[in-house]
Design a protein around this ligand. Structure first.
Ligand SMILES: [Zn+2]
Ligand SMILES: [Zn+2]
Length: 1198
């Protein structure tokens, strides 16, 4: 030490202290590295270090810098840092600001004053030849990366003037970025042995010829040329190697570097560089039909050529002329081009999947290369050079337009280290996605889709329904669903062919354009889309009937109050869509819902042909929906004075919507079954050959969807599975009927005595046997013989509170196992009866109140027993039967198709019924919503019954839209005073949707042709709507008026005629009504024409019709009627207007052949009339049936 310090006698105390620290560091960390044979003493080494440091800094000693050993750096430096001897503070700040400006979301690396000296070596010293360089001192080594490295540096003691250090999550791991070239400390130049004189070197052309000739394999050659391809390091069967291609003129030779001690060359060569390589052997490649290549030998040397020039790289993104066609009918396959590219990493899209973003717009996919230890080098801010990467355009809609794909022929090189720090995910191994890519030989388009899908699944379903390690499996099943097997699987990769064969062939040479393009929407996305679409699609005039121009304000606003808009899922987006979610039963709405972590959405699920109805096993299944209808119902409170104001949205006082999905059970594809579903599927599989849920899979695939689907992925059923066997009791039931859900008095539940209202419903069921005790929860396993012991009894099941969740999965006719867990007491499942007193006959069955923790399982076993065949479910009537059957009971259940839905106006009188009791307002319960459904017979569309529903005492019923097929259970059949049959709902009524509106159901076949004579005799039995061809005999009456649109009073000139109280309305509508006698030879009918059809009846053109309206405006109204052969009017029969109407109505233009569509008009009097008839002198009194009254809906002939 003294000997060393002697050289610095003139220095200050501080300098001396610093020097002695440096000396200690050299003695401990560096001197042991030197070969003792060199005979370099510590003092000499220290002096050399000081002189190099001084040269790097300038002249002074950098006393603010602290010597750091490698082990200390790895142990103590927990944050990324930058250190430089040569950079001034101003220079550092300028560079840091520049980097920060480019990527403001990242912070620059903080500066630390550290002095690092060590030996540059490859991995062999630490037992691995992974091609990485390392900095080593006596205490340890750390991997490092250099922008340009020379073989001459290996094994030499170096001072590192400028570097970044990036610590990594793993203990004792870190990574150095050596920014400035290292400075050699030891002066002893090692003799460079090129291993053969360069004069013997042959050209690439000559070497290429040599490879085609048959010659002895042991020939050693020295070849010089330009590097055109550098392949990534590969590790095959424990052996590490890489390949590079030397080119010159038109010829090229592949050189394989296989020696462990030469692996570090990978960092010394780059594309475009000229090199010499000596002692190369010719050998044949077993993996590629014995093709002859060059390979290094133990004596080989790499010598860079002086005239190395920078490779020309272009940073322009190729502008492609063709634009993507949004709806390509079939998959378009394109060839990619090989390019070189230089850019800056701006974002790590998915490090595990090898996806990066360059220059904010270009994607980079490294997944086709073996995983490399980038150690955080590829972080935002790093400039990279890519050679021989595939340029793809529009490979996937879920990735940047341009994605550069690196394959085994590509080289990715960092050309400037990032000056920014960011979260580093150090992964030197394949992620699950990359493994899948290898297993399945996925093309780049499919791989990008898989990554998109993986992201979507982890965001929306992980960890609640899909465990993190199973996300990949779910994503793969979805990929199988959207891709046909043959379109997905490419040919097996041959790494040697991929690296050296010309023309180049690899999995990325071709790619599919924007395919698969299936988008996965989250449940929230669908909801938001619908909530936007429902109002965007709103067009008020389209909601109104043709008679809108004649409607008063009341009528107009009533017809605007409810409307529906449905869109098939396939029409929502230019690309196909998939919805993914878990099915759950909502305990507050009594509905089935599709949910993920973002949202939940109600579903109306109907059963179709082969599949059964939705049942308990579907609960918890992860499903994917490709087809369904998005239904949006609009509710509006408006006060438009008349149709002329429809363009002023300020008249809309309030609006809201309800959105839900309508789907068929067949449209649900199980991606991951619930425990109950997988049990059922496996039981079914034992009985018969497994039935694949998805199209048959390619045989070589390790996990076919059919087998995969049987394995549950989700922990959804976990709460059902007790860890220790727990006793339970069960009861086998067959459901016979189900009533609707309604608000009920909660005190009846027995556990609470406060009067709260809660949802509830009642089912009637038959017990198929006695309650059974079990050691373990039998769930939905097969029915056992003992469960059917005991007599058949009827019971009533009461579902209250959260038990209403079972509502969607309970279907009359199905068999269920009711299970009460954690008890061995069979009496808990005993139904209790109401005690009958004083000779009262008990009509009510014993009742059982379901407990929230009890479970129900649908059993799909077929009942063979005869008594079980008579299901006890009453048959449904058709609409015609309800209308015409004289023996129809008062409470009817029937089916039909909704043709119209009208919201009934609230009448203030019924307000305070139960609303006051609902303390907590449940948003799912609607208030005061009453509506009238016109339900037509599904076989004879002319037969229509009106059903009045009161939805105000239960959860909102979805799916009651025109075109939907319904089953209405337990409705009250009533006959009006005008002898019309209609139905109204009772609290026990239940409406269920059995088929979905398909659009075509609404535009039904035209109504049947009717003869008036037979229609009059049978009235409604013949149907309500029909077509009539007949002759207009005469106009019986004609009423024309201007009515105030607000109050309906007669409107004269510009003011409303109402005086008590006065009405200040300024808008009026014109209304007309005509009653006409029509005859068709078989009989006569009175046909009523309303406003919009009167003009056609009178054969007036638009001008004449307008003129007539202007004339009426003077008096406000006129009514003419037939007296004798003329038409007259009560007030002023001689007025010219009356004369005109008289002429018009008796003209041949009006009294003509006519073709109409009519419906029967409500008639109050069903009694026969007595009329006097004269014949000569004789007077008769005859009994006439009242004329058939029809309402004209449409005039076919003009
Ligand atoms: Zn390639
Ligand atoms: Zn008025």
């Amino acid at each position: 030490m003294e000997e060393f310090l002697k050289h610095f006698k003139n220095h200050s105390r501080a300098d001396q202290r610093w020097l002695s620290e440096l000396f200690e560091c050299v003695r401990l960390q560096l001197h042991p590295l030197l070969d003792s044979s060199l005979g370099v003493c510590v003092v000499r080494l220290s002096l050399a270090v000081v002189s190099k440091v001084q040269r790097a800094v300038g002249s002074d000693l950098p006393v603010s810098y602290r010597c750091v050993s490698v082990s200390e750096l790895k142990r103590e430096q927990r944050t990324a840092c930058f250190s430089s001897l040569s950079w001034s503070s101003a220079h550092y700040r300028e560079r840091a600001r520049g980097a920060e400006l480019m990527l403001p979301e990242h912070k620059p690396l903080p500066r630390d004053n550290l002095l690092l000296i060590g030996c540059l070596c490859d991995g062999r010293a630490s037992g691995s030849s992974d091609g990485l360089w390392r900095v080593r001192d006596a205490g340890g080594s750390v991997s490092c990366m250099m922008l340009m490295s020379s073989c001459l540096w290996l094994g030499r003691l170096m001072l590192f003037p400028t570097w970044n250090y990036i610590p990594q999550n793993a203990p004792d791991a870190g990574y150095l970025e050596l920014i400035d070239s290292p400075v050699c400390v030891t002066l002893e130049a090692m003799a460079f042995d090129p291993g053969g004189t360069l004069s013997e070197a042959m050209s690439v052309t000559r070497a290429a010829e040599l490879l085609t000739q048959r010659c002895e394999d042991q020939v050693c050659v020295c070849v010089g040329g330009q590097v055109s391809v550098v392949c990534p390091l590969l590790l095959i069967a424990g052996k590490r190697f890489f390949c590079l291609i030397l080119s010159e003129g038109g010829s090229s030779v592949p050189v394989f570097i296989t020696e462990a001690k030469h692996q570090y060359w990978r960092q010394c060569v780059c594309v475009g560089q000229s090199v010499w390589m000596s002692s190369l052997r010719v050998c044949s490649l077993q993996g590629l039909e014995g093709r002859r290549v060059l390979s290094d030998s133990c004596q080989s040397r790499l010598h860079p050529h002086d005239s190395s020039e920078q490779p020309d790289t272009h940073t322009d993104t190729h502008t492609h002329t063709h634009l993507p066609s949004s709806s390509a009918p079939s998959v378009r396959v394109k060839r990619s081009t090989l390019i070189s590219f230089k850019g800056t990493v701006t974002k790590i899209l998915n490090a595990e999947a090898g996806l990066y973003e360059i220059d904010r717009q270009v994607g980079l996919c490294l997944a086709y290369q073996p995983a490399q230890k980038w150690g955080g080098g590829l972080r935002p801010g790093a400039e990279i050079q890519l050679h021989n990467v595939h340029f793809t355009y529009n490979a996937s809609p879920f990735a940047p337009r341009v994605v550069l794909c690196a394959c085994l022929r590509s080289s990715v090189q960092i050309s400037a280290f990032s000056r920014l720090r960011s979260e580093v995910e150090a992964s030197g191994s394949h992620g699950p996605l990359q493994r899948l890519l290898l297993e399945r030989n996925l093309g780049v388009s499919q791989y990008l889709w898989l990554c998109y899908c993986h992201n979507a699944v982890s965001e929306r379903l992980c960890p609640r329904w899909v465990r993190a390690e199973r996300v990949c499996v779910v994503a793969t099943r979805l990929l199988d669903l959207v891709c046909e097997a043959e379109q997905k699987t490419q040919k097996k990769r041959n790494i040697y062919r991929e690296m050296i064969q010309e023309p180049h062939q690899c999995p990325v040479t071709t790619y599919c354009v924007r395919w698969p393009s299936v988008a996965l929407w989250s449940v929230r996305q669908v909801c938001e889309w619908m909530e936007r679409e429902v109002w965007v699609s709103l067009s008020l005039p389209s909601l109104l009937p043709p008679s809108a121009g004649h409607m008063t304000s009341l009528e107009l606003n009533a017809s605007l109050s409810w409307s529906t808009h449905s869109v098939p899922l396939t029409h929502t987006h230019s690309d196909p869509l998939l919805l993914l979610g878990v099915l759950e039963l909502s305990s507050t709405r009594a509905t089935l819902r599709l949910r993920d972590q973002t949202h939940a959405l109600d579903c109306v699920c109907v059963q179709t042909g082969q599949s059964g109805a939705i049942d308990t096993a579907w609960q918890g299944c992860l499903v994917c929906v490709r087809r369904c209808t998005l239904v949006m119902e609009r509710f509006m409170k408006t006060n438009f004075p008349s149709w002329k104001h429809l363009d002023q949205p300020s008249y809309i006082i309030h609006k809201h919507c309800r959105v839900y999905l309508q789907l068929r059970v067949d449209d649900l594809t199980i991606i991951s079954p619930s425990a109950a579903m997988s049990r059922r599927l496996s039981e079914r599989g034992e009985e018969s050959a497994p039935r694949p849920l998805t199209p048959a899979a390619a045989p070589e695939r390790p996990l076919t969807p059919a087998t995969a689907a049987k394995r549950p992925l989700t922990p959804a059923a976990a709460p059902e599975r007790p860890l220790t066997p727990a006793a339970c009791v069960s009861l086998l039931l067959r459901l016979e009927s189900k009533q609707g859900v309604m608000l009920q008095n909660g005190s009846g539940a027995g556990h609470t005595h406060t009067h709260t209202l809660q949802l509830g419903f009642v089912c009637r069921a038959a017990c198929l046997g006695d309650a059974q005790r079990w050691q373990n929860d039998p769930r939905n396993c097969r029915m056992q013989e003992r469960e059917r012991d005991g007599g058949l009894r009827k019971i009533e099941l009461h579902f209250m509170g959260s038990c209403v969740r079972w509502f969607p999965v309970l279907h009359p006719g199905c068999v269920y196992r009711l299970i009460a867990l954690n008890t061995a007491d069979v009496s808990v499942l005993k139904a209790t009866g109401v005690s009958a007193r004083g000779g009262v006959t008990q009509l009510i069955s014993p009742a059982l109140l379901l407990q929230p923790q009890w479970r129900l399982h649908t059993l799909t076993d077929t009942l063979t027993d005869e008594q079980c065949h008579q299901s006890g479910v009453p048959a449904l009537m058709s609409v015609s039967e309800v209308l015409h059957s004289s023996s129809a009971p008062e409470i009817v259940s029937f089916y039909g198709v909704v043709s119209q839905r009208i919201t009934l106006q609230e009448d203030g009188g019924t307000k305070p019924k139960i609303q006051s009791l609902t303390a907590a307002k449940d948003p799912s319960v609607v208030e005061d919503l009453r509506l009238r459904l016109s339900v037509q017979d599904s076989a004879c569309p002319g037969h229509v019954i009106h059903v009045y529903l009161d939805l105000s005492c239960g959860p909102y019923t979805h799916g009651l839209i025109p075109g939907a097929a319904l089953q209405i259970h337990h409705a009250q059949r009533k006959v009006s005073r005008a002898c019309n049959v209609y139905c109204r709902s009772l609290p026990i009524s239940r409406v269920s949707v059995t088929d979905l509106s398909s659009g075509s159901a609404v535009s039904q076949a035209p109504p049947p042709m009717m003869l008036l004579g037979s229609w009059a005799s049978a009235r409604t039995q013949r149907g309500v709507v029909g077509q009539v061809k007949g002759h207009v005999v005469r106009v019986l009456s004609l009423r024309l008026q201007w009515a105030c649109s607000l109050c309906g009073s007669i409107f004269t000139q510009t003011s409303c005629g109402r005086t008590h109280p006065p009405c200040d309305s300024t808008s009026a509508v014109f209304q007309a009504e005509a009653k006409v006698a029509v005859e068709d030879g078989s009989g006569e009918a009175h046909v009523w024409f309303s406003s919009e059809t009167v003009c056609d009846l009178l054969m007036l053109n638009a001008g004449q019709w307008e003129g007539l309206q202007r004339h009426i405006r003077v008096k406000g109204h006129v009514k003419v009627y037939t007296r004798g052969y003329n038409m007259t009017c009560d007030e002023d029969p001689d007025e010219s207007l009356v004369q005109y109407l008289n002429c018009l109505c008796s003209s041949a233009a009006v009294c003509r052949q006519i073709h109409l569509t009519c419906r029967i008009r409500a008639q109050r009097t069903g009694k026969h009339q007595l009329r006097k008839v004269h014949r000569g002198q004789t007077e008769f009194i005859c009994k006439f049936a009242p004329a058939l009254q029809l309402q004209c809906q449409h005039i076919h002939t003009h």
